[in-house]
Design a protein around this ligand. Structure first.
Ligand code: SIN
Length: 479
Protein backbone atom coordinates (compact mmCIF):
# COMPACT_ATOMS: atom_id res chain seq x y z
CA UNK A 1 0.00 0.00 0.00
CA UNK A 2 1.29 3.40 -0.82
CA UNK A 3 1.41 6.23 1.71
CA UNK A 4 -1.42 8.21 0.13
CA UNK A 5 -3.74 5.24 0.35
CA UNK A 6 -2.85 4.68 4.00
CA UNK A 7 -3.38 8.34 4.72
CA UNK A 8 -6.98 8.09 3.66
CA UNK A 9 -7.33 6.16 6.91
CA UNK A 10 -10.81 5.66 8.15
CA UNK A 11 -12.43 6.67 4.87
CA UNK A 12 -11.46 3.31 3.46
CA UNK A 13 -12.27 -0.08 4.77
CA UNK A 14 -9.96 -3.00 4.39
CA UNK A 15 -11.28 -5.98 2.47
CA UNK A 16 -13.17 -7.70 5.31
CA UNK A 17 -14.08 -4.93 7.72
CA UNK A 18 -17.75 -4.90 8.72
CA UNK A 19 -19.70 -1.79 7.82
CA UNK A 20 -23.26 -0.60 7.78
CA UNK A 21 -23.53 0.14 4.09
CA UNK A 22 -22.19 -1.66 1.06
CA UNK A 23 -18.58 -1.88 0.06
CA UNK A 24 -17.17 -0.98 -3.31
CA UNK A 25 -14.08 -2.82 -4.44
CA UNK A 26 -11.44 -0.74 -6.20
CA UNK A 27 -8.95 -2.47 -8.49
CA UNK A 28 -5.55 -1.62 -9.92
CA UNK A 29 -6.16 -1.78 -13.69
CA UNK A 30 -2.49 -2.52 -14.39
CA UNK A 31 -2.63 -5.81 -12.46
CA UNK A 32 -6.29 -6.52 -11.79
CA UNK A 33 -5.47 -6.64 -8.04
CA UNK A 34 -7.94 -5.45 -5.43
CA UNK A 35 -6.48 -2.34 -3.80
CA UNK A 36 -9.22 -1.02 -1.52
CA UNK A 37 -12.75 -1.44 -0.33
CA UNK A 38 -14.67 1.79 0.08
CA UNK A 39 -17.88 2.22 2.06
CA UNK A 40 -20.77 3.11 -0.22
CA UNK A 41 -23.53 5.58 0.56
CA UNK A 42 -27.17 4.65 1.02
CA UNK A 43 -29.90 6.84 -0.47
CA UNK A 44 -30.44 8.38 2.99
CA UNK A 45 -26.72 9.21 3.25
CA UNK A 46 -26.96 11.03 -0.06
CA UNK A 47 -30.01 12.99 1.03
CA UNK A 48 -28.23 13.85 4.28
CA UNK A 49 -25.35 15.16 2.18
CA UNK A 50 -27.79 17.36 0.26
CA UNK A 51 -29.13 18.73 3.54
CA UNK A 52 -25.62 19.38 4.82
CA UNK A 53 -24.82 21.24 1.61
CA UNK A 54 -28.04 23.21 2.01
CA UNK A 55 -27.17 24.20 5.58
CA UNK A 56 -23.71 25.34 4.52
CA UNK A 57 -24.98 27.22 1.46
CA UNK A 58 -25.96 30.51 3.10
CA UNK A 59 -22.70 30.98 4.97
CA UNK A 60 -20.59 30.06 1.98
CA UNK A 61 -22.49 32.35 -0.39
CA UNK A 62 -22.06 35.19 2.11
CA UNK A 63 -18.33 34.56 2.65
CA UNK A 64 -16.20 37.35 1.19
CA UNK A 65 -14.99 36.41 -2.29
CA UNK A 66 -11.43 37.01 -1.13
CA UNK A 67 -11.87 34.37 1.58
CA UNK A 68 -13.21 31.87 -0.95
CA UNK A 69 -10.38 32.74 -3.33
CA UNK A 70 -7.72 32.20 -0.69
CA UNK A 71 -9.05 28.78 0.25
CA UNK A 72 -9.00 27.78 -3.41
CA UNK A 73 -5.50 29.18 -3.79
CA UNK A 74 -4.34 27.11 -0.80
CA UNK A 75 -5.91 24.05 -2.44
CA UNK A 76 -3.84 24.75 -5.55
CA UNK A 77 -0.64 25.14 -3.58
CA UNK A 78 -1.27 22.08 -1.41
CA UNK A 79 -2.19 19.97 -4.40
CA UNK A 80 1.06 20.90 -6.10
CA UNK A 81 3.02 20.27 -2.90
CA UNK A 82 1.42 16.81 -2.68
CA UNK A 83 1.54 16.18 -6.43
CA UNK A 84 3.67 13.03 -6.26
CA UNK A 85 1.52 11.44 -3.59
CA UNK A 86 -1.76 12.22 -5.35
CA UNK A 87 -0.33 11.01 -8.66
CA UNK A 88 0.64 7.69 -7.05
CA UNK A 89 -2.88 7.20 -5.74
CA UNK A 90 -4.43 8.26 -9.02
CA UNK A 91 -2.19 5.90 -10.96
CA UNK A 92 -3.02 3.05 -8.63
CA UNK A 93 -6.76 3.26 -9.22
CA UNK A 94 -6.78 4.51 -12.81
CA UNK A 95 -3.80 2.75 -14.40
CA UNK A 96 -2.40 5.72 -16.32
CA UNK A 97 1.38 6.14 -16.66
CA UNK A 98 3.11 8.11 -13.90
CA UNK A 99 4.05 11.01 -16.22
CA UNK A 100 0.39 11.42 -17.10
CA UNK A 101 -0.75 11.06 -13.50
CA UNK A 102 1.62 13.87 -12.50
CA UNK A 103 0.37 15.93 -15.44
CA UNK A 104 -3.22 15.35 -14.44
CA UNK A 105 -2.60 16.51 -10.88
CA UNK A 106 -1.03 19.72 -12.21
CA UNK A 107 -3.97 20.16 -14.63
CA UNK A 108 -6.43 19.63 -11.77
CA UNK A 109 -4.60 22.01 -9.44
CA UNK A 110 -4.68 24.64 -12.15
CA UNK A 111 -8.49 24.75 -11.93
CA UNK A 112 -8.13 25.65 -8.25
CA UNK A 113 -5.67 28.40 -9.20
CA UNK A 114 -7.73 29.73 -12.12
CA UNK A 115 -10.99 29.85 -10.17
CA UNK A 116 -9.30 31.35 -7.11
CA UNK A 117 -8.47 34.22 -9.46
CA UNK A 118 -11.98 34.29 -10.90
CA UNK A 119 -13.67 34.29 -7.48
CA UNK A 120 -12.77 37.92 -6.87
CA UNK A 121 -13.75 39.11 -10.35
CA UNK A 122 -17.44 38.21 -10.46
CA UNK A 123 -19.08 41.31 -11.85
CA UNK A 124 -22.63 42.56 -12.13
CA UNK A 125 -23.97 45.33 -14.31
CA UNK A 126 -25.77 48.65 -14.01
CA UNK A 127 -27.31 50.44 -16.95
CA UNK A 128 -30.06 52.89 -17.80
CA UNK A 129 -33.09 51.41 -19.50
CA UNK A 130 -33.44 52.66 -23.12
CA UNK A 131 -36.64 54.53 -22.18
CA UNK A 132 -34.73 56.30 -19.41
CA UNK A 133 -37.37 55.36 -16.84
CA UNK A 134 -35.21 53.19 -14.57
CA UNK A 135 -31.86 51.66 -13.80
CA UNK A 136 -31.30 48.03 -14.71
CA UNK A 137 -29.14 46.41 -12.06
CA UNK A 138 -27.93 42.87 -12.73
CA UNK A 139 -26.66 41.00 -9.69
CA UNK A 140 -24.65 37.76 -9.95
CA UNK A 141 -25.78 35.21 -7.38
CA UNK A 142 -24.70 31.61 -6.73
CA UNK A 143 -26.95 28.98 -8.28
CA UNK A 144 -26.98 27.10 -4.97
CA UNK A 145 -26.48 23.47 -4.06
CA UNK A 146 -25.04 21.57 -7.02
CA UNK A 147 -24.73 17.86 -7.70
CA UNK A 148 -21.51 17.05 -9.57
CA UNK A 149 -21.03 13.64 -11.14
CA UNK A 150 -17.57 12.81 -12.43
CA UNK A 151 -15.96 10.09 -14.58
CA UNK A 152 -13.07 7.66 -14.02
CA UNK A 153 -10.76 8.82 -16.79
CA UNK A 154 -9.51 11.92 -14.93
CA UNK A 155 -10.12 11.13 -11.23
CA UNK A 156 -8.51 14.41 -10.08
CA UNK A 157 -9.09 16.89 -12.89
CA UNK A 158 -12.79 16.28 -13.49
CA UNK A 159 -13.90 16.73 -9.85
CA UNK A 160 -11.72 19.83 -9.43
CA UNK A 161 -12.92 21.31 -12.75
CA UNK A 162 -16.43 21.24 -11.26
CA UNK A 163 -15.77 21.92 -7.57
CA UNK A 164 -13.50 24.95 -8.05
CA UNK A 165 -15.90 27.13 -10.11
CA UNK A 166 -18.83 26.14 -7.91
CA UNK A 167 -16.99 27.21 -4.77
CA UNK A 168 -15.65 30.35 -6.43
CA UNK A 169 -19.22 31.35 -7.30
CA UNK A 170 -20.42 30.66 -3.75
CA UNK A 171 -22.18 27.33 -4.31
CA UNK A 172 -21.96 24.26 -2.11
CA UNK A 173 -21.67 20.84 -3.71
CA UNK A 174 -22.32 17.14 -3.51
CA UNK A 175 -19.72 15.26 -5.51
CA UNK A 176 -20.28 11.75 -6.78
CA UNK A 177 -17.02 10.32 -8.13
CA UNK A 178 -16.88 7.36 -10.50
CA UNK A 179 -17.12 4.01 -8.70
CA UNK A 180 -13.98 2.77 -10.46
CA UNK A 181 -11.83 5.63 -9.14
CA UNK A 182 -13.18 7.13 -5.90
CA UNK A 183 -9.90 7.25 -3.95
CA UNK A 184 -8.47 10.38 -5.55
CA UNK A 185 -11.73 12.23 -4.92
CA UNK A 186 -11.56 11.29 -1.25
CA UNK A 187 -8.01 12.58 -1.11
CA UNK A 188 -9.06 15.86 -2.73
CA UNK A 189 -12.00 16.32 -0.34
CA UNK A 190 -9.66 15.76 2.59
CA UNK A 191 -7.09 18.17 1.08
CA UNK A 192 -9.78 20.81 0.69
CA UNK A 193 -10.79 20.46 4.32
CA UNK A 194 -7.14 20.83 5.38
CA UNK A 195 -6.99 24.00 3.29
CA UNK A 196 -9.87 25.57 5.20
CA UNK A 197 -12.97 24.66 3.20
CA UNK A 198 -15.79 24.85 5.75
CA UNK A 199 -17.56 21.63 6.67
CA UNK A 200 -20.58 21.00 4.45
CA UNK A 201 -19.34 23.00 1.47
CA UNK A 202 -18.03 19.91 -0.37
CA UNK A 203 -19.78 16.61 0.33
CA UNK A 204 -18.68 13.34 -1.19
CA UNK A 205 -21.14 10.51 -1.78
CA UNK A 206 -20.61 7.10 -3.32
CA UNK A 207 -23.98 5.43 -3.90
CA UNK A 208 -23.69 2.07 -5.59
CA UNK A 209 -25.63 1.38 -7.74
CA UNK A 210 -26.00 5.12 -8.28
CA UNK A 211 -29.33 5.61 -10.02
CA UNK A 212 -31.79 5.51 -7.10
CA UNK A 213 -29.72 7.93 -5.03
CA UNK A 214 -29.17 10.24 -8.00
CA UNK A 215 -32.91 10.34 -8.71
CA UNK A 216 -33.55 11.12 -5.02
CA UNK A 217 -30.93 13.86 -4.87
CA UNK A 218 -32.16 15.53 -8.04
CA UNK A 219 -35.70 15.44 -6.68
CA UNK A 220 -34.64 17.23 -3.47
CA UNK A 221 -35.78 20.85 -3.39
CA UNK A 222 -32.41 22.08 -2.17
CA UNK A 223 -30.60 20.94 -5.35
CA UNK A 224 -30.55 23.60 -8.05
CA UNK A 225 -27.99 22.33 -10.49
CA UNK A 226 -26.47 19.16 -11.90
CA UNK A 227 -23.13 19.01 -13.64
CA UNK A 228 -22.08 15.78 -15.30
CA UNK A 229 -19.13 14.49 -17.29
CA UNK A 230 -19.64 11.12 -18.91
CA UNK A 231 -21.49 9.32 -21.64
CA UNK A 232 -24.16 10.85 -23.87
CA UNK A 233 -26.63 8.15 -22.80
CA UNK A 234 -26.27 8.91 -19.08
CA UNK A 235 -26.27 12.64 -19.83
CA UNK A 236 -29.64 12.33 -21.55
CA UNK A 237 -31.01 10.38 -18.58
CA UNK A 238 -29.85 13.12 -16.20
CA UNK A 239 -31.30 15.82 -18.46
CA UNK A 240 -34.67 14.08 -18.30
CA UNK A 241 -34.48 13.99 -14.52
CA UNK A 242 -33.34 17.61 -14.42
CA UNK A 243 -36.27 18.60 -16.64
CA UNK A 244 -38.72 17.47 -13.97
CA UNK A 245 -37.38 20.15 -11.67
CA UNK A 246 -36.15 22.60 -14.32
CA UNK A 247 -32.64 22.38 -12.92
CA UNK A 248 -29.66 24.23 -14.32
CA UNK A 249 -27.42 21.72 -16.10
CA UNK A 250 -23.87 21.49 -17.36
CA UNK A 251 -23.24 18.45 -19.50
CA UNK A 252 -19.81 17.47 -20.74
CA UNK A 253 -20.67 14.38 -22.73
CA UNK A 254 -19.00 12.11 -25.22
CA UNK A 255 -17.18 13.03 -28.38
CA UNK A 256 -16.40 11.41 -31.70
CA UNK A 257 -13.53 13.63 -32.71
CA UNK A 258 -12.45 13.81 -36.33
CA UNK A 259 -8.75 14.42 -37.00
CA UNK A 260 -8.40 15.80 -40.52
CA UNK A 261 -4.98 15.71 -42.15
CA UNK A 262 -5.20 18.02 -45.16
CA UNK A 263 -3.18 17.59 -48.34
CA UNK A 264 -0.78 20.37 -47.35
CA UNK A 265 -0.16 19.07 -43.80
CA UNK A 266 3.34 18.75 -42.42
CA UNK A 267 3.43 15.00 -41.75
CA UNK A 268 5.76 15.31 -38.78
CA UNK A 269 3.59 17.96 -37.09
CA UNK A 270 0.45 15.95 -37.82
CA UNK A 271 2.01 12.75 -36.46
CA UNK A 272 3.09 14.35 -33.20
CA UNK A 273 -0.30 15.99 -32.78
CA UNK A 274 -2.03 12.67 -33.45
CA UNK A 275 0.15 10.86 -30.91
CA UNK A 276 -0.43 13.55 -28.27
CA UNK A 277 -4.19 13.64 -28.80
CA UNK A 278 -4.82 9.96 -29.41
CA UNK A 279 -2.52 8.51 -26.78
CA UNK A 280 -3.22 10.92 -23.92
CA UNK A 281 -4.70 8.77 -21.18
CA UNK A 282 -4.29 5.73 -23.46
CA UNK A 283 -7.03 7.10 -25.69
CA UNK A 284 -9.54 7.20 -22.84
CA UNK A 285 -10.56 10.83 -23.20
CA UNK A 286 -13.64 12.33 -24.76
CA UNK A 287 -11.34 14.56 -26.82
CA UNK A 288 -9.32 11.68 -28.30
CA UNK A 289 -9.37 11.56 -32.12
CA UNK A 290 -11.77 8.78 -32.99
CA UNK A 291 -11.62 9.04 -36.78
CA UNK A 292 -8.51 10.13 -38.67
CA UNK A 293 -9.30 11.37 -42.18
CA UNK A 294 -6.09 11.63 -44.18
CA UNK A 295 -5.70 13.14 -47.65
CA UNK A 296 -4.38 10.59 -50.13
CA UNK A 297 -1.38 12.81 -50.96
CA UNK A 298 0.04 12.37 -47.45
CA UNK A 299 -1.74 9.15 -46.41
CA UNK A 300 1.16 6.72 -46.95
CA UNK A 301 3.71 8.92 -45.19
CA UNK A 302 1.36 9.72 -42.32
CA UNK A 303 0.35 6.06 -41.86
CA UNK A 304 3.99 4.98 -41.77
CA UNK A 305 5.07 7.75 -39.38
CA UNK A 306 2.12 7.28 -37.03
CA UNK A 307 2.53 3.50 -36.97
CA UNK A 308 6.24 3.77 -36.21
CA UNK A 309 5.55 6.17 -33.33
CA UNK A 310 2.71 4.01 -31.96
CA UNK A 311 4.80 0.84 -32.18
CA UNK A 312 7.65 2.58 -30.33
CA UNK A 313 5.59 3.57 -27.29
CA UNK A 314 6.40 1.87 -23.99
CA UNK A 315 3.41 0.07 -22.55
CA UNK A 316 3.29 0.00 -18.75
CA UNK A 317 2.86 -3.76 -18.29
CA UNK A 318 5.17 -3.99 -15.26
CA UNK A 319 4.59 -0.48 -13.94
CA UNK A 320 7.70 0.78 -15.71
CA UNK A 321 8.37 4.29 -14.45
CA UNK A 322 8.88 5.50 -18.03
CA UNK A 323 5.67 3.94 -19.42
CA UNK A 324 3.83 5.99 -22.05
CA UNK A 325 0.76 3.79 -22.39
CA UNK A 326 -1.42 2.78 -19.46
CA UNK A 327 -4.11 0.20 -18.86
CA UNK A 328 -7.77 0.55 -19.74
CA UNK A 329 -10.10 0.82 -16.78
CA UNK A 330 -11.63 -2.67 -16.89
CA UNK A 331 -11.77 -5.92 -18.80
CA UNK A 332 -15.12 -4.75 -20.14
CA UNK A 333 -13.56 -1.64 -21.68
CA UNK A 334 -10.78 -3.75 -23.13
CA UNK A 335 -13.26 -6.17 -24.66
CA UNK A 336 -15.18 -3.26 -26.17
CA UNK A 337 -12.00 -1.89 -27.78
CA UNK A 338 -11.00 -5.36 -29.06
CA UNK A 339 -14.50 -5.88 -30.47
CA UNK A 340 -14.39 -2.58 -32.38
CA UNK A 341 -11.01 -3.51 -33.88
CA UNK A 342 -12.29 -6.94 -34.91
CA UNK A 343 -15.37 -5.47 -36.55
CA UNK A 344 -13.22 -2.99 -38.51
CA UNK A 345 -10.88 -5.76 -39.66
CA UNK A 346 -13.84 -7.92 -40.67
CA UNK A 347 -14.86 -5.08 -42.97
CA UNK A 348 -11.47 -4.86 -44.64
CA UNK A 349 -9.37 -2.58 -42.42
CA UNK A 350 -5.66 -3.46 -42.19
CA UNK A 351 -3.88 -3.70 -38.85
CA UNK A 352 -0.63 -1.78 -39.43
CA UNK A 353 0.55 -2.12 -35.85
CA UNK A 354 -0.89 -3.52 -32.62
CA UNK A 355 -4.35 -5.07 -32.73
CA UNK A 356 -4.01 -7.33 -29.72
CA UNK A 357 -4.96 -7.44 -26.06
CA UNK A 358 -1.82 -8.94 -24.51
CA UNK A 359 -2.24 -11.87 -22.19
CA UNK A 360 -1.34 -10.32 -18.82
CA UNK A 361 -3.00 -9.48 -15.52
CA UNK A 362 -3.77 -5.85 -16.35
CA UNK A 363 -6.33 -4.44 -18.75
CA UNK A 364 -3.91 -3.43 -21.51
CA UNK A 365 -4.46 -3.07 -25.23
CA UNK A 366 -1.64 -2.53 -27.69
CA UNK A 367 -1.26 0.83 -29.43
CA UNK A 368 -2.97 0.13 -32.73
CA UNK A 369 -3.18 1.73 -36.16
CA UNK A 370 -5.86 0.57 -38.59
CA UNK A 371 -5.51 1.62 -42.24
CA UNK A 372 -8.11 1.68 -45.02
CA UNK A 373 -11.04 1.75 -42.64
CA UNK A 374 -14.39 1.87 -44.44
CA UNK A 375 -16.06 5.28 -43.90
CA UNK A 376 -19.15 3.56 -42.50
CA UNK A 377 -17.33 1.11 -40.18
CA UNK A 378 -18.88 0.91 -36.67
CA UNK A 379 -15.54 1.83 -35.08
CA UNK A 380 -15.95 5.34 -36.53
CA UNK A 381 -19.40 5.79 -35.05
CA UNK A 382 -18.66 4.93 -31.42
CA UNK A 383 -16.22 6.42 -28.91
CA UNK A 384 -13.28 4.00 -28.87
CA UNK A 385 -11.81 5.21 -25.55
CA UNK A 386 -8.70 3.16 -26.20
CA UNK A 387 -5.32 3.32 -28.00
CA UNK A 388 -6.64 2.66 -31.50
CA UNK A 389 -6.27 5.05 -34.45
CA UNK A 390 -8.54 4.21 -37.41
CA UNK A 391 -7.42 5.90 -40.64
CA UNK A 392 -9.72 6.75 -43.55
CA UNK A 393 -8.27 8.11 -46.81
CA UNK A 394 -9.92 10.93 -48.69
CA UNK A 395 -9.38 12.72 -51.99
CA UNK A 396 -11.92 15.52 -51.79
CA UNK A 397 -11.65 18.04 -48.93
CA UNK A 398 -15.35 18.91 -49.00
CA UNK A 399 -16.18 15.23 -48.61
CA UNK A 400 -13.76 14.97 -45.64
CA UNK A 401 -15.53 17.88 -43.93
CA UNK A 402 -18.87 16.24 -44.63
CA UNK A 403 -17.69 12.93 -43.09
CA UNK A 404 -16.16 14.76 -40.12
CA UNK A 405 -19.49 16.46 -39.41
CA UNK A 406 -21.56 13.31 -39.96
CA UNK A 407 -22.05 12.57 -36.26
CA UNK A 408 -24.37 13.60 -33.45
CA UNK A 409 -21.36 14.45 -31.29
CA UNK A 410 -19.51 17.76 -31.60
CA UNK A 411 -16.93 18.11 -28.87
CA UNK A 412 -13.67 18.70 -30.68
CA UNK A 413 -12.18 18.48 -34.17
CA UNK A 414 -8.52 18.50 -35.19
CA UNK A 415 -7.19 20.00 -38.42
CA UNK A 416 -3.65 19.61 -39.74
CA UNK A 417 -2.46 21.94 -42.48
CA UNK A 418 0.82 23.56 -43.49
CA UNK A 419 -1.12 26.74 -44.21
CA UNK A 420 -2.69 28.30 -41.11
CA UNK A 421 -5.34 30.16 -43.13
CA UNK A 422 -6.38 26.92 -44.80
CA UNK A 423 -6.45 25.08 -41.45
CA UNK A 424 -8.56 27.78 -39.82
CA UNK A 425 -10.95 27.92 -42.77
CA UNK A 426 -11.56 24.18 -42.53
CA UNK A 427 -11.77 24.48 -38.73
CA UNK A 428 -14.58 27.01 -39.11
CA UNK A 429 -16.58 24.47 -41.10
CA UNK A 430 -16.33 21.72 -38.51
CA UNK A 431 -19.25 21.33 -36.09
CA UNK A 432 -17.46 21.24 -32.75
CA UNK A 433 -17.21 23.23 -29.56
CA UNK A 434 -13.43 23.16 -29.82
CA UNK A 435 -11.01 22.99 -32.74
CA UNK A 436 -7.29 22.21 -32.56
CA UNK A 437 -5.22 23.42 -35.49
CA UNK A 438 -1.81 21.74 -35.83
CA UNK A 439 -1.75 20.60 -32.23
CA UNK A 440 -2.92 17.65 -30.22
CA UNK A 441 -3.52 19.07 -26.75
CA UNK A 442 -6.03 21.83 -26.13
CA UNK A 443 -7.05 21.33 -22.51
CA UNK A 444 -6.30 24.32 -20.30
CA UNK A 445 -7.97 25.57 -17.13
CA UNK A 446 -8.16 29.05 -18.63
CA UNK A 447 -9.99 27.93 -21.81
CA UNK A 448 -13.69 27.13 -22.27
CA UNK A 449 -14.04 23.36 -22.63
CA UNK A 450 -17.26 21.97 -24.05
CA UNK A 451 -19.15 20.70 -27.03
CA UNK A 452 -22.05 21.31 -29.38
CA UNK A 453 -24.76 18.93 -30.56
CA UNK A 454 -25.05 15.89 -28.27
CA UNK A 455 -21.60 16.50 -26.79
CA UNK A 456 -23.04 18.76 -24.20
CA UNK A 457 -24.33 21.95 -22.73
CA UNK A 458 -22.22 24.63 -21.12
CA UNK A 459 -18.50 25.20 -20.75
CA UNK A 460 -16.01 24.26 -18.07
CA UNK A 461 -12.88 26.29 -17.40
CA UNK A 462 -12.11 29.71 -18.85
CA UNK A 463 -14.07 32.85 -18.02
CA UNK A 464 -17.18 30.91 -18.95
CA UNK A 465 -16.71 28.20 -16.28
CA UNK A 466 -17.87 30.27 -13.33
CA UNK A 467 -21.00 31.41 -15.20
CA UNK A 468 -22.27 27.82 -14.99
CA UNK A 469 -22.66 28.42 -11.24
CA UNK A 470 -24.14 31.91 -11.31
CA UNK A 471 -27.64 33.22 -11.76
CA UNK A 472 -28.24 36.80 -12.87
CA UNK A 473 -30.84 38.64 -10.81
CA UNK A 474 -32.36 41.72 -12.41
CA UNK A 475 -33.26 44.52 -10.03
CA UNK A 476 -35.24 47.43 -11.46
CA UNK A 477 -34.87 50.65 -9.55
CA UNK A 478 -35.29 54.38 -9.56
CA UNK A 479 -32.27 55.91 -7.86
C1 SIN B 1 -12.52 14.24 -20.69
O1 SIN B 1 -12.03 13.36 -21.35
O2 SIN B 1 -13.65 14.10 -20.21
C2 SIN B 1 -11.82 15.54 -20.37
C3 SIN B 1 -10.55 15.73 -21.09
C4 SIN B 1 -9.85 17.03 -20.76
O3 SIN B 1 -10.20 17.78 -19.86
O4 SIN B 1 -8.90 17.31 -21.45
Amino acid sequence: MIDALNQLGELLLDGDAPHANGKLDVFDPTTGDLIAGVATSMVDDCLAAVETAEQAAGGWAAAPPRERAEILRRCYETMMAEQAQIAALLQLENGKPMAEALGEVAYAADFFRWFSEEAVRIAGEVRRAPMGDKRIIVLPEPVGVSLQITPWNFPAAMPVRKIAPALAAGCTTIVKPAPATPLTAYYIADLMERCGTPVGVVNLVLPEPPNEATVAMLAHRAVHKVSFTGSIAVGKHLLRLAADRVLRTSMELGGNAPFVVLADADVEVATEAAIAAKMRNTGATCVAPNRLYVHERVADDFTEALSARMAGLTVGYDRQPDAQVGALISTREREKVAGLVTSAVDRGAKVVTGGRAPDCGGYFYEPTVLADVEPDAPILAREIFGPVAPLVRFRDEARAIEMANDTDAGLIAYVMSGDMGHGLTVGEQLDAGMVAVNRGIISDASAPFGGVKESGIGREGGFEGIEEYLERKYVASNW
